[in-house]
Design a binder for this molecule. Structure first.
Ligand code: UDP
Length: 538
């Protein structure tokens, strides 16, 4: 790998001269450190100082030029987790003339994407914080193609899921520690720094208790484009129809166990008349798990990172998430949020163990595996008595960890009952036609005509044409919403209409100016934009 970074690949003297003469050039997108991604030419990194270096020359560019606001708190987030104070990126500045006194730069010829992985040992974090954001950051910038090289600066070793990161580009990703072996001063010819947060759907509770992000911007379509890419790279073909339907139980083998798993598997098989198989990260290869999940009708699993694999479920499948005793499913919804993203087309069911006798706790384990022996007696007793973990911040709440690492004997009748409330007949991937929801355009040629009858009555005839895109669409139901507002008033009268014209006479006064707002609605909930407001004088 270091071979590829060798001086032979590029004209070293030209590169060095360009660096000295042009310095570093940076142009960024985004208005704040939390939504910024920067493109650099000749960004350097000192492996001794472990700092990025920006070289000033007569031709260098720095946009945004923030002055000392660059440190309030940072230029940008290096991971996709918003505003986390361990994940900030910045650089130190030097005049290009200082290069004379510095170690000889080693140039990185590949286009680089420089970022932090957030928690590469946890599969949920791997997909949600790293793989999806890296994939879509690469889609955003055309020179971040499969020949680009990823640089992970968080300082972790490869981690157990490194093979997944390798799928994103043809070049081996490099870790911060490895940079030392390449040279004392590395200079990236072209690089992008930072990750797009546009695909993330969950916040982990660093400033407020965890939950779905406030403004989710991703749909099942983009998730599935990504999983399609990953499956191609893993050489897994999407099997079509005919094959047998089955249920997958995704089990954990180290902690948070299902204690009666064999019984559970048998019961599911019997109830749904389907083959039911069990997989785990410890016993199956990642590819095998993806292959199985991508054709499954139902995925059943304890709450936990392995459930992020529902990314790979086919449309129409059902996710069943099991929660240990005293853990309120509504308070921990990374997988529910994923399953219910618009266009994911998955059914989601949560089951919680509500029977104290069916839970096994581990008060004597180390604190990070849920032990509470280090707490004072009163606090231990309070936790043991409590029937629900109160909402809390990430990441070391002992009561949460205590409950999260319980093992559970699943009450089969109660589980089947909650599944049956959602899955009436056979669960499973429906052969669904593409049901992407398209929104109407504006209605066109809106007109109004007023007529006055006497001194107290008036009518307003309003007409319009269908939105332009409707003639190319098959839409089950087309309705129009019309708001009539007297000029200067805050309130309006709303109407839902089926036709393209209507004569309003209720509450219409003579010699008054009305504002008329019209929009089209497809299938009850697809609301289009309002057309330009109509001014109508009676
Ligand atoms: N893990 C696993 N089997 C186990 C316990 C954990 O494969 O029995 C994996 C889990 O999927 C995750 C990582 O180990 O990728 C860390 O698990 P942890 O319990 O810390 O996180 P959680 O699953 O609660 O997100």
């Amino acid at each position: 790998q270091s071979q590829e970074l060798s001086e032979a690949q590029i004209d070293y003297h030209a590169a060095l001269q360009a660096l000295v003469e042009n310095g570093t050039r940076m142009v960024c997108t985004g208005r704040m450190h939390t939504d910024r991604i920067c493109r650099f030419e000749s960004l350097c990194y000192s492996t001794e100082a472990e700092e990025f270096v920006y070289f000033h020359s007569n031709s260098s560019v720095m946009l945004p030029n923030l002055g000392s606001r660059r440190f309030q708190p940072a230029l940008l987030d290096l991971s996709s987790v918003e505003d986390h104070n361990t994940q900030y990126f910045n650089f130190v500045e030097l005049p290009a003339a200082a290069l004379k006194f510095m170690p000889k730069p080693v140039f990185v010829p590949d286009v680089a994407l420089i970022a932090n992985r957030f928690n590469p040992d946890n599969l949920m974090h791997v997909f949600h914080d790293d793989l999806l954001p890296i994939y879509y950051t690469m889609q955003q910038f055309s020179d971040l193609d499969l020949e680009a090289r990823l640089f992970f600066m968080e300082g972790w070793s490869e981690g157990v899921h490194f093979d997944l990161y390798k799928l994103l580009s043809n070049k081996q990703p490099l870790l911060r520690e490895e940079l030392k072996t390449l040279g004392r001063l590395l200079c990236f010819t072209k690089s992008y720094v930072g990750l797009s947060k546009i695909t993330t759907w969950y916040q982990y509770g660093f400033v407020q208790p965890q939950g779905p992000k406030a403004n989710i911007l991703v749909s099942g379509n983009e998730i599935r484009q990504f999983t399609k890419f990953m499956m191609q790279k893993l050489n897994i073909s999407l099997e079509e129809s005919s094959s047998e339907e089955y249920i997958v139980v995704f089990s954990r083998t180290i902690n948070r166990l299902i204690l009666n798993e064999a019984e559970l598997i048998l019961a599911l098989a019997q109830e749904f008349q389907m083959k039911t198989i069990s997989v785990s990260l410890e016993e199956h290869s990642f590819s095998d798990i993806v292959r199985l999940i991508s054709n499954a009708s139902m995925l059943v699993s304890m709450h936990g990172a392995q459930l992020v694999m529902s990314l790979f479920l086919p449309r129409g499948a059902t996710v069943v998430e099991l929660f240990p005793y005293a853990i309120n499913p509504e308070h921990y919804t990374p997988y529910k949020t994923l399953a219910t993203l618009p266009g994911m087309d998955l059914h989601y069911i949560a089951w919680q163990n509500t029977a104290r006798e069916d839970t096994v706790t581990y008060p004597d384990r180390p604190w990070d595996q849920g032990g509470i022996a280090h707490l004072d007696k009163a606090e231990q007793e309070r936790i043991i008595k409590s029937t629900e973990v109160p909402r809390h911040l990430c990441c070391r709440n002992p009561e949460w960890l205590f409950r999260a690492y319980q093992d559970t004997k699943v009450n089969i009748p109660s589980l089947i009952h909650v599944i049956r409330q959602t899955v009436k007949s056979k669960p499973g991937p429906k052969k669904q036609k593409w049901s992407g929801s398209l929104y109407p355009g504006k209605v066109r040629d809106a007109k109004c005509q007023a007529s006055v009858q006497g001194t107290s009555e008036a009518k307003l005839a309003v007409s319009w044409q269908i939105p332009w895109n409707l003639r190319y669409l098959k839409v089950r139901e087309v309705k129009y919403e019309v708001w009539i507002q007297e000029q200067g008033e805050n309130t309006y009268m709303p109407y839902i209409l089926s036709h393209q014209n209507h004569t309003f006479s209720e509450n219409i006064k003579p010699f008054t100016i009305y504002l008329v707002w019209i929009r089209c609605i497809f299938n009850k909930n697809l609301l289009g934009p309002f057309a330009d407001v109509l001014l109508c004088s009676t």
